[in-house]
Design a protein around this ligand. Structure first.
Ligand SMILES: [Zn+2]
Length: 318
């Protein structure tokens, strides 16, 4: 009787047998990375084989919009599933996320995940509130650090804690494409005429190294990998050199890729407008963890499966 009930429940919830009930989750946020400078988004000159592979084997959202073109508010929106006017963090530096606002990290920790974050810029220092819920929050950063160093720290933690039977939630933040564009030597030469793209290529390589480590640790198949930009970069469009002043598409359109959410979803490209605030609800749904109280974003898996329309509109502020 119990077995029959469980079987019926599994059928009703639409769970995919190739996704573990509690998958590991790796969230990679790409600072200042424009979607249209990534191969999978159509940039033929890009050198982003690892992001392209994740997209080819996962779900790529063609039109994803950030809640703000500023690092801290944009990240807080990703982690809370809410817009800045709701979570209260509306700029870098002089706002701190309240510990009363529920986060992706807190929900996963409560559901039994071991949690660790590795950030690459001071703007995400623990003092700004995103460390809540993380057992390890590695913000050993002067102003910024190279992506390969941050990825190596994440890699080391994964290896050190691999005996832990709990699933992991790891957040890796890569900052290199942020101004100034100054990629390491080999990338500087290969991308002499477009150093911004060189920084993106360099971060792609750091991602590749971390994904390889997941394979070595035997968890490559049981890990959900989510990639999201925090905001884009104007690169001179609309008279803006970098980001933060305006909310044109150049700065609010972001890459968003979800890999490992089931074989039937592999290779999907979603045209509908979606939002960075939808990422946390989607990851929690994929991990069978209850939704965040008060979140404004929504689970995108029904949209990916063609069972629901997208949210239809997106808000962004600066
Ligand atoms: Zn940023």
């Amino acid at each position: 009787m119990l077995a029959a009930f469980l079987a019926a429940t599994a059928f009703l919830c639409g769970c995919r047998s190739d996704v573990p009930a509690r998958p590991n989750i790796l969230l990679i946020t790409l600072d200042t990375t424009r979607a249209d400078h990534i191969g999978a988004y159509g940039d033929r000159r890009a050198r982003t084989p690892n992001l392209d592979r994740l997209a080819a084997g996962g779900v790529l959202f063609e039109r994803a919009i950030s809640a703000a073109p500023l690092t801290l508010p944009a990240h807080v929106s990703i982690f809370t599933g809410s817009y800045p006017f709701a979570h209260g963090v509306r700029n870098n530096g002089n706002f701190t996320l309240s510990d009363r606002v529920p986060t992706l990290t807190g929900a996963l920790r409560a559901a039994g995940y071991r949690t660790a974050a590795f950030v690459s810029a001071f703007v995400l220092d623990r003092r700004y509130g995103l460390a809540a819920g993380f057992e390890r929050y590695d913000d050993r950063v002067e102003l910024e650090r190279r992506g390969s160093e941050t990825a190596a720290a994440a890699s080391a933690w994964l290896a050190e804690t691999s005996h832990d039977p709990r699933p992991f939630f790891v957040w890796l933040h890569l900052y290199d494409p942020h101004d100034p564009y100054d990629p390491p030597p080999s990338f500087r030469e290969a991308f002499a005429d477009r150093p911004y793209d060189g920084e993106i290529a360099y971060d792609d390589e750091a991602i590749g190294t971390l994904l390889e480590r997941l394979q070595q640790l035997g968890v490559g198949q049981s890990t959900l990998v989510a990639v999201a930009g925090d905001h884009g970069e104007s690169l001179g469009e609309h008279g803006e050199a970098t980001h933060g002043l305006f909310v044109y598409e150049s700065v609010v359109k972001i890459p968003m890729i979800l890999s490992g959410a089931g074989r039937s979803r592999a290779g999907r490209r979603v045209r509908a407008l979606v939002r960075s605030i939808d990422l946390a609800p989607t990851l929690l749904a994929a991990a069978n963890v209850p939704a965040l109280r008060g979140a404004q974003g929504r689970n995108l898996l029904p949209l990916v499966d063609g069972r629901e329309a997208g949210p239809g509109e997106a808000y962004s502020e600066t």
